[in-house]
Design a binder for this molecule. Sequence first.
Ligand SMILES: NC(=O)C1=CN([C@@H]2O[C@H](COP(=O)(O)OP(=O)(O)OC[C@H]3O[C@@H](n4cnc5c(N)ncnc54)[C@H](OP(=O)(O)O)[C@@H]3O)[C@@H](O)[C@H]2O)C=CC1
Ligand SMILES: CC(=O)N[C@@H](CCC(=O)OP(=O)(O)O)C(=O)O
Length: 389
Amino acid sequence: MANSAENISSRPTGAPTEGVYPSRSDRSTRSGPFSGTAPRVAIAGIGGYAGGELARLLLHHPRFQNSTPTFLGRGGETEPTSKLYLEDLHPQLAVAGASRTHQILPFTWERLVDAGTEVLFLATPHEQSREWVPEAISRGIKVIDLSGAWRLQHHANREVYKLKDANAEHAAQLQSEAIYGCPELHRDEIRKARIVSNPGCYATSILLALAPLVQAGFIDLDHGIICDAKSGVSGAGKAPTAKTHFMYAADNLSAYAVFGHRHTGELLEQLHITSDQIQFTPHLLPIPRGILSTIYVRLKEKTEPSTITEVLQNFYRHSPLVRLRATPHLPEIQHIVRTNFCDLGFALAADGKRLILVSCLDNLLKGASGQAVQNLNLMCGWNEEEGLL
Ligand SMILES: NC(=O)C1=CN([C@@H]2O[C@H](COP(=O)(O)OP(=O)(O)OC[C@H]3O[C@@H](n4cnc5c(N)ncnc54)[C@H](OP(=O)(O)O)[C@@H]3O)[C@@H](O)[C@H]2O)C=CC1
Ligand SMILES: CC(=O)N[C@@H](CCC(=O)OP(=O)(O)O)C(=O)O
């Protein structure tokens, strides 16, 4: 059984040391959305779980029917001796009767520039994303980064990633303009952004449940919020570890990174709360994909269930990818797997104060690639749900 601060994947973990971060409404960038036609896009990290889902979503996206993305593997100046195709890495994307057409190319900046790339998806490890974002921006390429490298504005929260910047001053400036890519929270800023930093999968599920009620001032923060979250194994990425080995994960349920998961920093910064006001414990579920977060809060005032429903409905009235389950129904993983939705539900105790929120999403879709395409849609001035329903 995993316990305190143990990690499941090979990615870094760790608790944030600082809490409150000021409102970021004054930090949007100057550039505007793309006009009309689809931009030229590229995906780096195409061989991974998130990269594969990005490819699938964009190949089926109505705006990209005449504009295939550039699919990029690891860097390399020399051409590989044999050609590698998307279908070789992701056989589920093969088309019946069609030849292998989508070649995977080694990542080079020259290749990206020659292809006229306007938006680059990075489905790469944190360290690689941290290094590549400044280079992309300097070449006029906007970025949607799926890693954790650019999500955290507070240096103390970001330390867990142990990121190194070649030019710290430039990185700090880019960091300050990076927009946290949760459309339901930052829709207008995302539309204008050059750097969109896609949220963590657990963080997405928890933030979407809590943000409406925290922002409305309903939650007794001094009483503390408890987030008990469970994820399928694909959250750890494709590289196997001892904890994601079938013989460890199957028929098992284990807590990990207790008091030490790096997504806590995203919760603190996005909810504008302090580390003593929230406890988040992730668990590894013996299923391939999906997250269920059960969130325990105490309300400041005795409240009717209809009021909670009203707050959530009002907050998400323009959010086509958030579905509210009508009480007494609660979200379940089987209803969101392989969809781009986040499902939310709640139960309120008879005392009108003890509230339990349940949030479910697919970690690879609304928790990663689906949310990334939702962000692209916003940057292009399209409906955010295009290609995602
Ligand atoms: N899995 C999930 O649920 C979520 C993942 N994320 C984030 O999305 C990103 C991708 O995650 P995921 O797809 O799960 O990860 P995977 O481990 O499945 O895939 C990572 C991809 O990055 C490539 N890669 C590794 N190192 C380098 C490098 N130095 N340069 C270029 N490419 C490299 C790998 O190449 P190769 O194929 O050659 O090994 C692989 O294709 C990560 O940053 C992760 O933190 C975010 C939210 C949820
Ligand atoms: C089950 C599992 O291991 N999940 C991952 C989180 C996946 C995610 O959101 O990824 P990033 O924040 O790394 O982008 C973890 O806990 O490290």
